[in-house]
Design a binder for this molecule. Sequence first.
Ligand SMILES: Nc1ncnc2c1ncn2[C@@H]1O[C@H](COP(=O)(O)OP(=O)(O)OP(=O)(O)O)[C@@H](O)[C@H]1O
Ligand SMILES: [Mg+2]
Length: 500
Amino acid sequence: MKGGDVILRFERVSKTFPGVKALEDVTFDIHRGEVHVLLGENGAGKSTLIKILTGVFKADSGRILLDAKEIRPENILQSRKMGIGTVFQENSLVPHLTVAENVFLSRELKNSFNTIDWKRTYQECERWIGGMGIAIDPRVRVKALSVAEQQIVEIVKILSQEPSLIILDEPTSALSENEIDNLFSIVNKLKGEKGITFVYISHRMEEIKHIGDRASVLRDGRYIGQLPDLKAAHLDDIINMIVGRPLNEKFPKRSVQVGEAAFEVKNLSVLKTIYDVSFQVKSGEVLGLAGLVGSGRTSVAKAIIGVLRRESGEVFLDGKKVNIDSPNDAIKHGIAYLPEDRKREGLLLQKPVRENITLPQLHKFRKFGVLSKRMEKHAAHGLKKTLSIKTPSIERLVKFLSGGNQQKVVFAKWLCAKTKVYIFDEPTRGIDVGSKSEIYKIINDLAGEGAAIVVISSELPEILGVCDRIVVMCDGRVTGEMSRNDATQENIMKYAIGGA
Ligand SMILES: Nc1ncnc2c1ncn2[C@@H]1O[C@H](COP(=O)(O)OP(=O)(O)OP(=O)(O)O)[C@@H](O)[C@H]1O
Ligand SMILES: [Mg+2]
Protein backbone atom coordinates (compact mmCIF):
# COMPACT_ATOMS: atom_id res chain seq x y z
CA MET A 1 0.00 0.00 0.00
CA LYS A 2 1.20 3.48 -0.83
CA GLY A 3 0.70 4.85 2.66
CA GLY A 4 -0.66 8.35 2.93
CA ASP A 5 -1.74 8.70 -0.71
CA VAL A 6 -5.22 10.17 -0.22
CA ILE A 7 -7.91 8.91 -2.58
CA LEU A 8 -10.94 10.35 -0.80
CA ARG A 9 -11.35 13.25 1.58
CA PHE A 10 -14.42 14.34 3.50
CA GLU A 11 -14.11 18.00 4.43
CA ARG A 12 -16.35 19.62 7.03
CA VAL A 13 -19.38 17.65 5.86
CA SER A 14 -22.66 18.46 7.68
CA LYS A 15 -26.20 17.19 7.22
CA THR A 16 -29.33 17.84 9.24
CA PHE A 17 -32.66 16.00 9.04
CA PRO A 18 -35.75 17.32 10.82
CA GLY A 19 -34.86 17.02 14.50
CA VAL A 20 -31.57 15.18 13.88
CA LYS A 21 -28.04 16.41 13.25
CA ALA A 22 -26.92 13.37 11.28
CA LEU A 23 -23.45 14.74 10.47
CA GLU A 24 -21.61 17.70 11.92
CA ASP A 25 -18.42 19.04 10.47
CA VAL A 26 -16.96 15.65 9.56
CA THR A 27 -13.42 15.71 8.17
CA PHE A 28 -11.16 12.73 7.45
CA ASP A 29 -9.12 11.01 4.73
CA ILE A 30 -9.16 7.60 3.11
CA HIS A 31 -5.92 6.26 1.66
CA ARG A 32 -5.54 4.62 -1.71
CA GLY A 33 -5.46 0.84 -1.61
CA GLU A 34 -6.55 0.43 2.01
CA VAL A 35 -9.58 -1.16 3.62
CA HIS A 36 -10.91 1.71 5.67
CA VAL A 37 -13.44 0.76 8.33
CA LEU A 38 -16.12 3.26 9.28
CA LEU A 39 -17.21 2.70 12.88
CA GLY A 40 -20.00 4.09 15.03
CA GLU A 41 -23.15 3.24 16.93
CA ASN A 42 -26.56 2.88 15.31
CA GLY A 43 -27.55 6.29 14.06
CA ALA A 44 -24.00 7.71 14.26
CA GLY A 45 -24.22 8.89 10.65
CA LYS A 46 -22.24 6.24 8.72
CA SER A 47 -24.84 5.48 6.06
CA THR A 48 -25.71 9.16 5.72
CA LEU A 49 -22.07 9.92 4.91
CA ILE A 50 -22.05 7.17 2.26
CA LYS A 51 -25.30 8.46 0.80
CA ILE A 52 -23.84 11.94 0.49
CA LEU A 53 -20.76 10.50 -1.20
CA THR A 54 -22.95 8.65 -3.70
CA GLY A 55 -25.37 11.46 -4.45
CA VAL A 56 -28.40 9.98 -2.69
CA PHE A 57 -28.44 12.93 -0.25
CA LYS A 58 -27.04 16.44 -0.62
CA ALA A 59 -24.81 17.72 2.18
CA ASP A 60 -25.92 20.96 3.84
CA SER A 61 -22.31 22.11 3.76
CA GLY A 62 -18.78 20.81 3.30
CA ARG A 63 -17.17 19.06 0.34
CA ILE A 64 -15.87 15.74 -0.85
CA LEU A 65 -12.60 15.36 -2.75
CA LEU A 66 -11.88 12.34 -4.92
CA ASP A 67 -8.27 12.29 -6.13
CA ALA A 68 -7.96 15.85 -4.83
CA LYS A 69 -10.82 17.06 -7.04
CA GLU A 70 -14.15 18.11 -5.60
CA ILE A 71 -17.02 15.86 -6.66
CA ARG A 72 -20.76 16.50 -6.43
CA PRO A 73 -22.57 13.46 -7.78
CA GLU A 74 -26.32 14.03 -8.19
CA ASN A 75 -27.23 10.35 -8.05
CA ILE A 76 -25.83 6.83 -7.70
CA LEU A 77 -25.26 6.45 -11.42
CA GLN A 78 -23.06 9.55 -11.50
CA SER A 79 -21.04 8.34 -8.53
CA ARG A 80 -20.68 5.01 -10.30
CA LYS A 81 -19.25 6.82 -13.35
CA MET A 82 -16.71 8.46 -11.05
CA GLY A 83 -15.48 5.00 -10.11
CA ILE A 84 -17.38 4.54 -6.83
CA GLY A 85 -19.24 1.24 -6.42
CA THR A 86 -21.57 0.93 -3.46
CA VAL A 87 -23.28 -1.93 -1.67
CA PHE A 88 -25.94 -0.12 0.34
CA GLN A 89 -27.19 -1.24 3.73
CA GLU A 90 -30.69 -1.68 2.32
CA ASN A 91 -31.29 -4.24 -0.38
CA SER A 92 -31.33 -2.47 -3.74
CA LEU A 93 -31.85 -5.42 -6.10
CA VAL A 94 -34.82 -5.62 -8.46
CA PRO A 95 -36.86 -8.52 -7.05
CA HIS A 96 -38.58 -9.70 -10.24
CA LEU A 97 -35.38 -9.77 -12.30
CA THR A 98 -33.06 -12.77 -12.27
CA VAL A 99 -29.73 -12.87 -10.47
CA ALA A 100 -27.82 -12.41 -13.74
CA GLU A 101 -30.07 -9.56 -14.87
CA ASN A 102 -29.46 -7.80 -11.57
CA VAL A 103 -25.70 -8.30 -11.60
CA PHE A 104 -25.35 -6.99 -15.16
CA LEU A 105 -28.11 -4.39 -15.01
CA SER A 106 -27.34 -1.53 -17.43
CA ARG A 107 -23.96 -3.01 -18.40
CA GLU A 108 -25.23 -6.06 -20.30
CA LEU A 109 -22.67 -8.29 -21.98
CA LYS A 110 -23.37 -8.21 -25.73
CA ASN A 111 -22.36 -10.57 -28.53
CA SER A 112 -21.42 -9.62 -32.11
CA PHE A 113 -25.13 -9.35 -33.05
CA ASN A 114 -25.49 -6.71 -30.35
CA THR A 115 -27.88 -8.86 -28.35
CA ILE A 116 -27.27 -10.06 -24.82
CA ASP A 117 -24.72 -12.87 -24.60
CA TRP A 118 -26.51 -15.00 -22.02
CA LYS A 119 -23.97 -17.79 -22.01
CA ARG A 120 -21.17 -15.44 -21.04
CA THR A 121 -23.45 -13.56 -18.63
CA TYR A 122 -24.33 -16.74 -16.75
CA GLN A 123 -20.72 -17.95 -16.75
CA GLU A 124 -19.39 -14.66 -15.39
CA CYS A 125 -22.12 -14.62 -12.79
CA GLU A 126 -21.44 -18.16 -11.67
CA ARG A 127 -17.72 -17.45 -11.47
CA TRP A 128 -18.17 -14.49 -9.12
CA ILE A 129 -20.83 -16.15 -6.99
CA GLY A 130 -18.70 -19.29 -6.84
CA GLY A 131 -15.90 -17.15 -5.44
CA MET A 132 -18.15 -16.51 -2.45
CA GLY A 133 -18.23 -20.26 -1.87
CA ILE A 134 -21.91 -20.65 -2.56
CA ALA A 135 -24.00 -21.90 -5.47
CA ILE A 136 -26.82 -19.66 -6.64
CA ASP A 137 -28.45 -20.23 -10.02
CA PRO A 138 -28.04 -16.99 -12.04
CA ARG A 139 -31.34 -17.75 -13.79
CA VAL A 140 -33.59 -17.57 -10.70
CA ARG A 141 -35.46 -14.43 -9.78
CA VAL A 142 -33.99 -12.52 -6.88
CA LYS A 143 -37.26 -12.52 -4.94
CA ALA A 144 -36.97 -16.31 -4.57
CA LEU A 145 -33.64 -16.04 -2.72
CA SER A 146 -32.98 -15.97 1.02
CA VAL A 147 -31.75 -12.77 2.65
CA ALA A 148 -28.20 -14.10 2.73
CA GLU A 149 -28.26 -15.10 -0.91
CA GLN A 150 -29.59 -11.68 -1.88
CA GLN A 151 -26.82 -10.07 0.11
CA ILE A 152 -24.26 -12.13 -1.79
CA VAL A 153 -25.78 -11.17 -5.16
CA GLU A 154 -25.68 -7.54 -4.11
CA ILE A 155 -21.99 -7.79 -3.19
CA VAL A 156 -21.09 -9.70 -6.34
CA LYS A 157 -22.90 -7.12 -8.46
CA ILE A 158 -20.60 -4.37 -7.19
CA LEU A 159 -17.35 -6.36 -6.89
CA SER A 160 -17.68 -7.62 -10.46
CA GLN A 161 -17.71 -4.04 -11.75
CA GLU A 162 -14.27 -3.53 -10.18
CA PRO A 163 -14.62 0.21 -9.55
CA SER A 164 -11.60 1.95 -8.04
CA LEU A 165 -13.40 2.64 -4.75
CA ILE A 166 -15.81 0.12 -3.25
CA ILE A 167 -18.14 0.99 -0.38
CA LEU A 168 -19.59 -1.90 1.61
CA ASP A 169 -22.24 -0.77 4.12
CA GLU A 170 -22.77 -3.80 6.40
CA PRO A 171 -22.25 -6.35 3.65
CA THR A 172 -22.00 -9.30 6.00
CA SER A 173 -24.97 -8.72 8.31
CA ALA A 174 -26.78 -11.77 6.88
CA LEU A 175 -23.72 -13.93 6.22
CA SER A 176 -22.05 -16.60 8.32
CA GLU A 177 -18.36 -17.21 8.91
CA ASN A 178 -17.74 -19.18 5.73
CA GLU A 179 -19.16 -16.63 3.31
CA ILE A 180 -17.47 -13.85 5.24
CA ASP A 181 -14.10 -15.59 4.86
CA ASN A 182 -14.70 -15.91 1.14
CA LEU A 183 -15.71 -12.27 0.84
CA PHE A 184 -12.52 -11.31 2.66
CA SER A 185 -10.36 -13.33 0.26
CA ILE A 186 -11.97 -11.49 -2.66
CA VAL A 187 -11.51 -8.12 -0.96
CA ASN A 188 -7.85 -8.85 -0.24
CA LYS A 189 -7.31 -10.02 -3.77
CA LEU A 190 -8.90 -6.92 -5.33
CA LYS A 191 -6.93 -4.76 -2.92
CA GLY A 192 -3.63 -6.54 -3.55
CA GLU A 193 -3.83 -7.15 -7.29
CA LYS A 194 -5.87 -4.21 -8.52
CA GLY A 195 -5.14 -1.63 -5.82
CA ILE A 196 -8.85 -1.14 -5.17
CA THR A 197 -9.76 0.93 -2.10
CA PHE A 198 -12.52 -0.20 0.26
CA VAL A 199 -14.68 1.62 2.76
CA TYR A 200 -16.12 -0.99 5.06
CA ILE A 201 -18.95 -0.62 7.58
CA SER A 202 -19.74 -3.33 10.09
CA HIS A 203 -20.75 -3.84 13.71
CA ARG A 204 -18.98 -7.19 13.93
CA MET A 205 -15.86 -6.42 15.92
CA GLU A 206 -14.08 -9.66 15.12
CA GLU A 207 -14.30 -9.12 11.40
CA ILE A 208 -13.30 -5.48 11.24
CA LYS A 209 -9.99 -6.24 12.94
CA HIS A 210 -9.50 -9.05 10.50
CA ILE A 211 -10.21 -7.17 7.27
CA GLY A 212 -9.49 -3.53 8.13
CA ASP A 213 -6.26 -1.54 7.78
CA ARG A 214 -7.35 1.75 9.35
CA ALA A 215 -10.60 2.99 10.84
CA SER A 216 -12.48 6.22 11.47
CA VAL A 217 -15.03 6.59 14.23
CA LEU A 218 -18.22 8.66 14.20
CA ARG A 219 -20.35 9.32 17.26
CA ASP A 220 -23.63 11.27 17.16
CA GLY A 221 -22.73 12.66 13.76
CA ARG A 222 -19.32 13.89 14.83
CA TYR A 223 -15.89 12.64 13.82
CA ILE A 224 -14.19 11.22 16.91
CA GLY A 225 -10.86 10.06 15.56
CA GLN A 226 -8.92 7.46 13.62
CA LEU A 227 -7.30 4.15 14.44
CA PRO A 228 -4.16 4.10 12.26
CA ASP A 229 -3.47 0.41 12.76
CA LEU A 230 -6.60 -1.66 13.33
CA LYS A 231 -4.83 -5.00 13.56
CA ALA A 232 -2.68 -3.76 16.44
CA ALA A 233 -5.54 -1.93 18.21
CA HIS A 234 -7.08 -3.40 21.34
CA LEU A 235 -10.75 -4.35 21.12
CA ASP A 236 -11.51 -2.51 24.36
CA ASP A 237 -10.01 0.69 22.99
CA ILE A 238 -11.97 0.39 19.76
CA ILE A 239 -15.22 -0.12 21.67
CA ASN A 240 -14.37 2.74 23.98
CA MET A 241 -13.97 5.06 21.00
CA ILE A 242 -17.26 3.94 19.45
CA VAL A 243 -19.41 4.01 22.55
CA GLY A 244 -17.63 6.79 24.44
CA ARG A 245 -17.26 4.72 27.59
CA PRO A 246 -15.78 1.35 28.47
CA LEU A 247 -18.11 -1.61 28.09
CA ASN A 248 -17.09 -3.98 30.82
CA GLU A 249 -19.24 -7.00 30.16
CA LYS A 250 -20.27 -7.84 26.67
CA PHE A 251 -22.14 -11.00 27.60
CA PRO A 252 -23.86 -10.52 30.96
CA LYS A 253 -23.52 -13.38 33.44
CA ARG A 254 -26.38 -15.83 33.47
CA SER A 255 -27.68 -17.33 36.64
CA VAL A 256 -31.02 -18.67 35.49
CA GLN A 257 -32.53 -21.85 36.89
CA VAL A 258 -33.48 -24.11 34.02
CA GLY A 259 -36.85 -25.80 34.54
CA GLU A 260 -38.97 -28.37 32.73
CA ALA A 261 -39.12 -28.91 28.95
CA ALA A 262 -41.38 -26.08 27.83
CA PHE A 263 -41.09 -26.26 24.09
CA GLU A 264 -40.39 -29.26 21.93
CA VAL A 265 -40.17 -29.91 18.22
CA LYS A 266 -40.30 -33.51 17.00
CA ASN A 267 -39.37 -34.86 13.57
CA LEU A 268 -39.91 -31.65 11.70
CA SER A 269 -39.52 -31.99 7.93
CA VAL A 270 -40.14 -29.60 5.06
CA LEU A 271 -39.93 -30.81 1.47
CA LYS A 272 -36.35 -30.55 0.16
CA THR A 273 -35.44 -28.15 2.95
CA ILE A 274 -35.26 -29.70 6.41
CA TYR A 275 -35.19 -33.31 7.46
CA ASP A 276 -36.36 -34.81 10.71
CA VAL A 277 -35.34 -31.97 13.00
CA SER A 278 -36.01 -32.49 16.72
CA PHE A 279 -35.02 -30.49 19.78
CA GLN A 280 -36.44 -29.28 23.06
CA VAL A 281 -36.01 -26.13 25.10
CA LYS A 282 -36.58 -25.93 28.83
CA SER A 283 -38.17 -23.07 30.62
CA GLY A 284 -35.42 -20.58 31.48
CA GLU A 285 -33.12 -22.02 28.86
CA VAL A 286 -31.54 -20.33 25.85
CA LEU A 287 -30.94 -22.74 23.01
CA GLY A 288 -28.67 -21.69 20.15
CA LEU A 289 -29.31 -22.82 16.60
CA ALA A 290 -26.02 -22.58 14.72
CA GLY A 291 -25.08 -23.38 11.14
CA LEU A 292 -23.96 -21.90 7.86
CA VAL A 293 -26.10 -19.87 5.48
CA GLY A 294 -28.62 -22.21 3.90
CA SER A 295 -28.32 -24.85 6.64
CA GLY A 296 -32.06 -24.57 7.30
CA ARG A 297 -32.22 -22.69 10.61
CA THR A 298 -34.70 -20.06 9.43
CA SER A 299 -36.75 -22.76 7.71
CA VAL A 300 -37.05 -24.60 11.02
CA ALA A 301 -38.44 -21.44 12.61
CA LYS A 302 -40.80 -20.83 9.72
CA ALA A 303 -42.03 -24.42 9.76
CA ILE A 304 -42.72 -24.12 13.49
CA ILE A 305 -44.85 -21.00 13.11
CA GLY A 306 -46.71 -22.37 10.10
CA VAL A 307 -45.25 -20.21 7.35
CA LEU A 308 -43.61 -23.19 5.64
CA ARG A 309 -45.67 -26.29 4.92
CA ARG A 310 -44.61 -29.22 7.10
CA GLU A 311 -44.32 -32.68 5.62
CA SER A 312 -44.10 -34.05 9.12
CA GLY A 313 -43.43 -32.80 12.60
CA GLU A 314 -45.11 -31.94 15.85
CA VAL A 315 -44.79 -29.05 18.26
CA PHE A 316 -45.32 -29.46 22.03
CA LEU A 317 -45.83 -26.75 24.62
CA ASP A 318 -45.43 -27.85 28.23
CA GLY A 319 -45.76 -31.43 27.02
CA LYS A 320 -49.04 -30.84 25.16
CA LYS A 321 -49.22 -31.10 21.41
CA VAL A 322 -50.37 -27.92 19.69
CA ASN A 323 -51.56 -27.31 16.14
CA ILE A 324 -49.99 -24.35 14.46
CA ASP A 325 -50.89 -23.60 10.88
CA SER A 326 -50.24 -19.90 10.71
CA PRO A 327 -48.23 -17.18 12.46
CA ASN A 328 -51.48 -16.16 14.13
CA ASP A 329 -51.85 -19.62 15.66
CA ALA A 330 -48.26 -19.32 16.86
CA ILE A 331 -48.92 -15.99 18.56
CA LYS A 332 -52.10 -17.36 20.14
CA HIS A 333 -50.14 -20.25 21.61
CA GLY A 334 -47.49 -17.90 22.94
CA ILE A 335 -44.73 -18.44 20.41
CA ALA A 336 -43.09 -15.25 19.17
CA TYR A 337 -40.86 -15.32 16.11
CA LEU A 338 -38.57 -12.39 15.40
CA PRO A 339 -37.82 -12.69 11.69
CA GLU A 340 -34.36 -12.20 10.20
CA ASP A 341 -35.68 -10.08 7.37
CA ARG A 342 -36.95 -7.00 9.14
CA LYS A 343 -37.80 -5.07 5.99
CA ARG A 344 -39.98 -7.75 4.44
CA GLU A 345 -41.58 -9.31 7.46
CA GLY A 346 -40.98 -7.34 10.58
CA LEU A 347 -41.76 -3.70 9.95
CA LEU A 348 -44.30 -1.28 8.53
CA LEU A 349 -41.87 1.28 7.15
CA GLN A 350 -44.55 3.88 6.43
CA LYS A 351 -45.88 3.78 10.00
CA PRO A 352 -44.58 5.52 13.11
CA VAL A 353 -42.27 3.81 15.58
CA ARG A 354 -45.08 3.72 18.17
CA GLU A 355 -47.47 1.80 15.95
CA ASN A 356 -44.83 -0.68 14.90
CA ILE A 357 -44.07 -1.49 18.51
CA THR A 358 -47.63 -1.76 19.80
CA LEU A 359 -49.64 -2.92 16.79
CA PRO A 360 -49.58 -6.68 17.46
CA GLN A 361 -50.56 -6.03 21.09
CA LEU A 362 -53.16 -3.31 20.81
CA HIS A 363 -55.67 -5.35 22.82
CA LYS A 364 -53.43 -4.83 25.84
CA PHE A 365 -53.99 -1.11 25.66
CA ARG A 366 -57.77 -1.29 25.56
CA LYS A 367 -59.77 -0.26 28.58
CA PHE A 368 -63.45 -1.19 28.37
CA GLY A 369 -62.98 -1.62 24.64
CA VAL A 370 -61.49 1.83 24.13
CA LEU A 371 -57.88 2.21 23.07
CA SER A 372 -55.90 4.05 25.72
CA LYS A 373 -53.49 6.21 23.73
CA ARG A 374 -51.77 7.14 26.95
CA MET A 375 -51.00 3.52 27.86
CA GLU A 376 -49.92 2.77 24.33
CA LYS A 377 -47.54 5.73 24.25
CA HIS A 378 -46.21 4.86 27.67
CA ALA A 379 -45.34 1.33 26.54
CA ALA A 380 -43.69 2.55 23.33
CA HIS A 381 -41.70 5.18 25.24
CA GLY A 382 -40.54 2.60 27.75
CA LEU A 383 -39.20 0.29 25.04
CA LYS A 384 -37.58 3.17 23.17
CA LYS A 385 -35.67 3.92 26.34
CA THR A 386 -34.79 0.32 27.25
CA LEU A 387 -33.38 -0.33 23.80
CA SER A 388 -32.06 3.22 23.30
CA ILE A 389 -33.81 3.54 19.96
CA LYS A 390 -32.44 6.69 18.39
CA THR A 391 -35.31 8.80 17.10
CA PRO A 392 -36.41 12.34 17.96
CA SER A 393 -39.95 11.05 18.54
CA ILE A 394 -41.91 7.78 18.69
CA GLU A 395 -44.17 9.34 16.06
CA ARG A 396 -41.40 9.37 13.44
CA LEU A 397 -41.96 6.99 10.51
CA VAL A 398 -39.75 3.91 10.79
CA LYS A 399 -38.34 4.42 7.29
CA PHE A 400 -36.42 7.46 8.54
CA LEU A 401 -34.55 5.49 11.23
CA SER A 402 -31.05 4.12 10.69
CA GLY A 403 -30.77 0.42 9.85
CA GLY A 404 -29.78 -0.68 13.34
CA ASN A 405 -32.49 1.38 14.96
CA GLN A 406 -35.08 -0.25 12.70
CA GLN A 407 -33.87 -3.60 13.95
CA LYS A 408 -34.34 -2.39 17.52
CA VAL A 409 -37.96 -1.53 16.70
CA VAL A 410 -38.56 -5.11 15.51
CA PHE A 411 -37.08 -6.32 18.76
CA ALA A 412 -39.22 -3.91 20.79
CA LYS A 413 -42.33 -5.20 19.07
CA TRP A 414 -41.72 -8.71 20.34
CA LEU A 415 -40.72 -7.57 23.81
CA CYS A 416 -44.02 -5.78 24.01
CA ALA A 417 -45.64 -9.15 23.32
CA LYS A 418 -44.37 -10.86 26.56
CA THR A 419 -44.84 -14.52 25.83
CA LYS A 420 -43.66 -18.05 26.73
CA VAL A 421 -41.52 -19.04 23.78
CA TYR A 422 -39.29 -16.74 21.76
CA ILE A 423 -37.52 -17.61 18.56
CA PHE A 424 -35.02 -14.87 17.78
CA ASP A 425 -33.64 -15.09 14.25
CA GLU A 426 -30.43 -13.05 14.12
CA PRO A 427 -31.59 -10.72 16.93
CA THR A 428 -28.56 -8.42 16.82
CA ARG A 429 -28.13 -8.16 13.07
CA GLY A 430 -26.91 -4.65 12.33
CA ILE A 431 -26.95 -3.66 16.00
CA ASP A 432 -23.99 -1.78 17.48
CA VAL A 433 -21.68 -3.16 20.20
CA GLY A 434 -23.21 -1.20 23.05
CA SER A 435 -26.80 -2.13 22.24
CA LYS A 436 -25.88 -5.74 21.56
CA SER A 437 -25.07 -6.30 25.20
CA GLU A 438 -28.38 -4.61 26.10
CA ILE A 439 -30.18 -7.15 23.93
CA TYR A 440 -28.27 -10.04 25.53
CA LYS A 441 -29.32 -8.72 28.89
CA ILE A 442 -32.95 -8.64 27.80
CA ILE A 443 -32.71 -12.21 26.50
CA ASN A 444 -31.30 -13.21 29.90
CA ASP A 445 -34.09 -11.43 31.70
CA LEU A 446 -36.74 -13.17 29.59
CA ALA A 447 -35.13 -16.51 30.39
CA GLY A 448 -35.03 -15.45 34.03
CA GLU A 449 -38.79 -14.96 33.91
CA GLY A 450 -39.13 -18.54 32.70
CA ALA A 451 -39.41 -18.15 28.94
CA ALA A 452 -37.98 -20.81 26.62
CA ILE A 453 -35.76 -19.16 24.05
CA VAL A 454 -34.26 -20.17 20.72
CA VAL A 455 -31.55 -17.93 19.28
CA ILE A 456 -30.60 -18.39 15.65
CA SER A 457 -27.32 -16.65 14.98
CA SER A 458 -24.49 -16.73 12.50
CA GLU A 459 -22.16 -15.00 14.90
CA LEU A 460 -20.36 -17.70 16.82
CA PRO A 461 -19.19 -15.46 19.66
CA GLU A 462 -22.84 -14.53 20.17
CA ILE A 463 -23.98 -18.16 20.20
CA LEU A 464 -21.24 -18.99 22.69
CA GLY A 465 -21.94 -15.92 24.79
CA VAL A 466 -25.72 -16.17 25.24
CA CYS A 467 -26.75 -19.81 24.85
CA ASP A 468 -26.88 -22.63 27.42
CA ARG A 469 -26.99 -25.34 24.82
CA ILE A 470 -26.26 -25.36 21.11
CA VAL A 471 -27.80 -27.38 18.29
CA VAL A 472 -25.87 -27.28 15.02
CA MET A 473 -27.44 -27.78 11.60
CA CYS A 474 -26.00 -28.64 8.20
CA ASP A 475 -27.94 -29.12 4.96
CA GLY A 476 -31.31 -29.22 6.72
CA ARG A 477 -30.32 -31.76 9.36
CA VAL A 478 -29.23 -31.57 12.98
CA THR A 479 -25.57 -32.64 12.97
CA GLY A 480 -24.53 -31.90 16.51
CA GLU A 481 -25.56 -30.80 19.96
CA MET A 482 -23.47 -29.59 22.86
CA SER A 483 -23.69 -27.73 26.12
CA ARG A 484 -22.15 -24.31 26.35
CA ASN A 485 -19.31 -25.67 28.44
CA ASP A 486 -18.29 -28.10 25.73
CA ALA A 487 -18.78 -25.70 22.86
CA THR A 488 -15.99 -23.91 21.01
CA GLN A 489 -16.01 -22.08 17.69
CA GLU A 490 -14.04 -24.97 16.25
CA ASN A 491 -16.40 -27.77 17.18
CA ILE A 492 -19.46 -25.78 16.14
CA MET A 493 -17.82 -25.22 12.74
CA LYS A 494 -16.95 -28.88 12.50
CA TYR A 495 -20.62 -29.86 12.80
CA ALA A 496 -21.74 -26.92 10.66
CA ILE A 497 -19.80 -28.22 7.69
CA GLY A 498 -21.15 -31.72 7.99
CA GLY A 499 -20.25 -33.41 11.23
CA ALA A 500 -17.38 -35.19 12.87
N1 LIG B 1 -34.03 10.13 5.27
C1 LIG B 1 -33.91 10.47 6.55
N2 LIG B 1 -34.81 11.28 7.15
C2 LIG B 1 -34.70 11.62 8.43
N3 LIG B 1 -33.72 11.21 9.26
C3 LIG B 1 -32.79 10.39 8.74
C4 LIG B 1 -32.84 9.98 7.37
N4 LIG B 1 -31.78 9.15 7.15
C5 LIG B 1 -31.10 9.06 8.31
N5 LIG B 1 -31.70 9.81 9.27
C6 LIG B 1 -31.23 9.98 10.67
O1 LIG B 1 -29.86 10.35 10.63
C7 LIG B 1 -29.13 9.73 11.70
C8 LIG B 1 -27.96 8.95 11.13
O2 LIG B 1 -28.45 7.82 10.44
P1 LIG B 1 -27.52 6.81 9.63
O3 LIG B 1 -28.42 5.95 8.83
O4 LIG B 1 -26.48 7.57 8.91
O5 LIG B 1 -26.86 5.98 10.82
P2 LIG B 1 -25.83 4.76 10.76
O6 LIG B 1 -24.58 5.22 11.41
O7 LIG B 1 -25.71 4.26 9.37
O8 LIG B 1 -26.53 3.69 11.72
P3 LIG B 1 -26.72 2.08 11.61
O9 LIG B 1 -25.53 1.48 12.25
O10 LIG B 1 -27.92 1.82 12.43
O11 LIG B 1 -26.89 1.74 10.18
C9 LIG B 1 -30.16 8.86 12.43
O12 LIG B 1 -30.60 9.55 13.57
C10 LIG B 1 -31.28 8.69 11.43
O13 LIG B 1 -32.53 8.51 12.08
MG1 LIG C 1 -26.28 2.52 8.46
